[in-house]
Design a protein around this ligand. Structure first.
Ligand code: 5GP
Ligand code: ZN
Length: 114
């Protein structure tokens, strides 16, 4: 996807602060962090949202999910805990149409949502 922001980050056409990368996924710091640690973990393949997942994405989505604790450990929030958020569609406020996990940590969220 030539005009997708996160695809462009994968291709290094737009700079980002990368914290983890392998063949299938990329993790980088959110440009407007909502917590001391705020990461975006994405599949390198373009998938617009959860609603666009197909059977062919099963392996990459398993890999993406398994990367969460690895990234959390690297960033020092594995033991203290963290929140993972995925927005999907208009009502969620999803701004970037490339599936991404927000990984937030470094402070307590209590048990609040919203
Ligand atoms: P969404 O609202 O789609 O779930 O989240 C999109 C996230 O991408 C937001 O938290 C926003 O701060 C972040 N973001 C938007 N543009 C950029 C960018 O150019 N670079 C980085 N690193 N993050 C971005
Ligand atoms: Zn994309």
């Amino acid at each position: 996807m030539d005009n997708c922001l996160f695809c462009r980050i994968v291709k290094r056409e737009i700079p980002s602060k990368i914290v983890y990368e392998d063949d299938l996924v990329l993790c980088f710091q959110d440009i407007a962090p909502k917590a001391p640690v705020h990461l975006l973990l994405i599949p390198k393949v373009h998938v617009a949202s959860l609603n666009d997942l197909k059977d062919e994405h099963k392996d990459v989505m398993a890999h993406l999910t398994m990367a969460i604790p690895q990234v959390a450990e690297k960033m020092g929030i594995k033991e203290s805990g963290y929140r993972v958020v995925v927005n999907c569609g208009k009502d969620s406020g999803q701004e970037v149409a490339h599936l991404h996990y927000h990984i937030l940590g470094g402070r307590s969220f209590g048990n609040t949502f919203g």
